[in-house]
Design a protein around this ligand. Structure first.
Ligand code: NAG
Ligand code: NAG
Ligand code: NAG
Ligand code: NAG
Length: 407
């Protein structure tokens, strides 16, 4: 079935694209969004920047569930850059008011409407904690983004994540590594399953969200299974940055490995912590593309490392020193987010993270609030870029890189 690009009725009335809505089916996806009439902005200029003005670009999936709308809006503004693509997934459990709030927000942000690179999953999934429906949502997003847009890396985040580096900084960094192959996959992984051997690899679960309209918890099958012998199991971080090539391989699965493993992982607890790890490391073609790092700052509870601690002002220094481009998780409006905005992103209240694309000549203090088309393509990386570069240099240095792949 071909991709259908739905523009809500107001677009048919020849008003410029305010808000793009993509889905794979022609049925009205969710009443809240199809019935929703966004407020039109007065700006009638349709800008079509060529994304080629930047050396690389990213496709972000930002997942949110019930109660996350405020966090989601803030994270989206902090991550926004006109060269990237942003797909928002709201758990189907989120009430209609919240779905509408997000849709209205996307439609009313002047730059989003002008550039047209923020999308909402029109037919969202019901996502169960620790169930395979989370993975299904990620794969769904990857396939939509592959069909619609041109990008180099796919980045999976939630509304509780926040960037520590500007998007110009991320682009600049890749640029600085001009030799950095585009097919690298940042997937933290290990074959030492430890306690997960008995708690993850052997038990089997069923996720009712695969067939039920109502949210409920996963349930456990009484019998256990043996460890796989047809492939080797890997585990790691659920936060990954995937190359376009590997994303395509995972979705199309031309040698069947991604598909077989997906079926296997349907009954696996917390499949997002192992699926891409196991796929990439069991694939001859892709196992040399892994960088064993998730590029996230996460403060875990002590073993079993299942519940990240919420970050606050006390963590700021460690976050910066970690040189990582993303951190999690944050509670809504934690004061440390204001400090990150001020010191690392140069982001003003309710505005975008600073970047060359929005710089206005001679205007101080520079607040990133509008699109300056003459500056499209200009990079102003900001403070975190150099730190991130040092970290990547270490990660990619010959021995560190290959010695840590798929062991
Ligand atoms: C993607 O991001 C979400 C955060 O919303 C996370 O829970 C999930 O496990 C991630 N990974 C995959 C492979 O889905
Ligand atoms: C599912 O939810 C609907 C509406 O909330 C309710 O009427 C129905 O009884 C629920 N079904 C089950 C099996 O719990
Ligand atoms: C991956 O690396 C190994 C060891 O360096 C090498 O033998 C193998 O040919 C490489 N595979 C591919 C597909 O490049
Ligand atoms: C390899 O990584 C370690 C730890 O991340 C770092 O201390 C070391 O300098 C790196 N090696 C090289 C050659 O960069």
């Amino acid at each position: 079935m071909g991709i259908k690009i739905f523009m809500i009725s107001f677009i048919i009335t020849s008003i410029p694209l305010i808000f793009l809505y993509i889905s794979f089916s022609t049925e009205p996806a969710s009443i809240s969004i199809t019935n929703f009439k966004p407020i039109l902005s007065s700006n009638n200029v349709l800008l079509k920047p060529t994304r080629d003005s930047y050396p690389v670009n990213f496709a972000y999936l930002i997942s949110a569930s019930k109660g996350d709308t405020k966090k989601l809006k803030r994270a989206l503004l902090a991550l926004y850059h006109p060269a990237n693509h942003y797909l928002i997934h709201m758990d189907r459990e989120a009430p209609e008011e919240e779905q509408r709030e997000v849709a209205e927000f996307v439609a009313s942000e002047p730059v989003f409407s002008l550039v047209n690179n923020v999308y909402i999953v029109g037919k969202p999934n019901l996502v169960t904690y620790r169930g395979p429906t989370m993975l299904a949502t990620t794969l769904h997003a990857m396939s939509m983004l592959l069909r619609c847009c041109k990008w180099d890396w796919f980045i999976n985040l939630s509304a509780s994540d926040y960037p520590l580096v500007t998007q110009d900084g991320m682009v600049n960094l890749i640029h600085a590594f001009s030799e950095l192959p585009r097919d690298l996959n940042f997937i933290q992984h290990s074959s030492h399953l430890g306690w997960k051997l008995n708690k993850r690899a052997k038990p089997m679960i069923i996720d009712p969200a695969l067939y039920s309209l109502n949210k409920s918890e996963i349930w456990w099958v009484i019998k256990q299974r043996t460890l796989p012998s047809a492939f080797k199991l890997y585990t790691g971080s659920a936060w990954t940055i995937l190359s376009r090539s590997f994303a395509e391989y995972s979705i199309v699965g031309w040698d069947n490995l991604p598909r077989t493993l997906l079926l296997y992982y349907t009954n696996f607890v917390s499949s997002p912590e192992g699926y891409f790890q196991t796929v990439v490391c069991n694939s001859e073609d892709y196992k040399n593309t892994t960088v064993n790092h998730d590029l996230h700052y996460i403060a875990w509870d002590n073993p079993p490392k299942q519940h990240p601690r919420s970050l606050g002002p006390k963590d700021f220094r460690r976050m910066v020193l970690s040189s990582r481009p993303f951190a999690r998780k944050f509670k809504q409006n934690n004061p440390v987010l204001d400090k990150i905005d001020r010191d690392l992103l140069k982001r003003h209240r309710r505005r975008y993270t600073y970047g060359g694309w929005c710089s206005e000549k001679g205007k101080k203090p520079e607040a990133c609030s509008g699109f300056q088309s003459e500056n499209y393509g200009v990079l102003r990386p900001g403070p975190g870029s150099r730190r991130l570069k040092n970290m990547l240099t270490k990660l990619l240095s010959g021995r560190n890189f290959t010695k840590r792949q798929c062991r």
